[in-house]
Design a protein around this ligand. Sequence first.
Ligand code: IMP
Length: 428
Amino acid sequence: MANVTVIGAQWGDEGKGKLVDWLSNRADVVVRFQGGHNAGHTLVVGNQVYKLSLLPSGVVQGKLSVIGNGVVVDPWHLLEEIAKLGGQGVNITPELLVLADNACLILPLHRDLDQAREAAAVNKIGTTGRGIGPAYEDKVGRRAIRVDDLRDRDALEAKIDRLLAHHTPLRRGLGLPEYDGAQLLAALEEIAPKILPFAQPAWKLLDGVVKSGKRVLFEGAQGALLDVDHGTYPYVTSSNTVAGQAAAGSGLGPKGPGYVLGIVKAYTTRVGEGPFPTELFDEVGQHLGTVGKEFGVVTGRARRCGWFDAVLVRQSVALNGIDGIALTKLDILDGLPTLKICVGYKLRGETLDYLPAGLKDQSAIEPIYEEMEGWSESTAGATSWKDLPANAVKYVRRVEELIGAPAAMVSTSPQRDDTIMVRDPFQD
Ligand code: IMP
């Protein structure tokens, strides 16, 4: 299969950055297809740490990188991230980065709305506060400003008027000051010449890339359980995060995504609010958070931690059409005497083998655990199965069995090369 799609199979933060960076080496083009700068991808290359939120990870390797139409783009943030990477020696030019001209923009008023709603809400979602949800609302409401609109001042002015006709009453209701359309127009005119050199019909470029036999790597952000349709709604992000979105969010068609690699953490974490059946509130949960350095890249928030939930990941394998997984952070389980894996749920006396759709049921289910013996040896930095203690191998095998997908890779540290490679997804 020529293309590979990498997606998070849990609630995000599975360690996609490292795997995408590693796979970028084998790809010709790297494409983001959903989300925005709510994502946080950490790439550790030697002694350099790169933290990306919006840029496709391929830029670090100097690979052609595309921000697809499915992404919502804060143009000011984009310029900041380009400048930040420039400071680390990564020079991002329009030859390296392509921005879909039909992608929708995140504007300051989206961020205002996101933050004001979170501040006012009784049941907070725990968003990243970066305006992602409101920007997607305007996209589906057919009133968004798109990248291509930056080319035409008059049309832009009319679109801003239309947008403000919607936002002004909303802002009033939340006690926010009236938004000045002229100021927004001036700000967009100011950045247009810096953004537009990157803009082009990305679908057309990708069509040509695929027809010339080149390999595309699709880089998912967040995770399947944050998907707006399939996740723990309403405690989700506002885009489709599942692998199928790689097609719609890039314009490459349904055969585009190719081999689907699900990134799966050896335990479970979640940032923000919402149901989390295997969440731990004891010292084991604290241990996972501390040893696993479980703090958000974007917001710095501590992540909630819990045991591996095989039910959720099995569901994710189905929803994404996962061909193989990359199991990450196995080394964080080193030294725990007993490990638990959730194999089913109890709900009002019944046993369930899937996560029910309703929030009430999702909050009421109780995990059914299977226990396994842990290992005392270190697995950090292992690069082959024989480097792993027998109980660690047993753990991986049991995970594969329970979720119904094989491990294509096992990642054993944040370093690029600390990986047990079973099969190269590009050669599958
Ligand atoms: P939003 O995407 O900022 O609207 O936030 C909605 C939910 O998705 C919140 O629970 C966030 O914590 C979560 N979220 C958004 N981006 C990420 C991510 O990259 N990793 C993990 N959680 C995320």
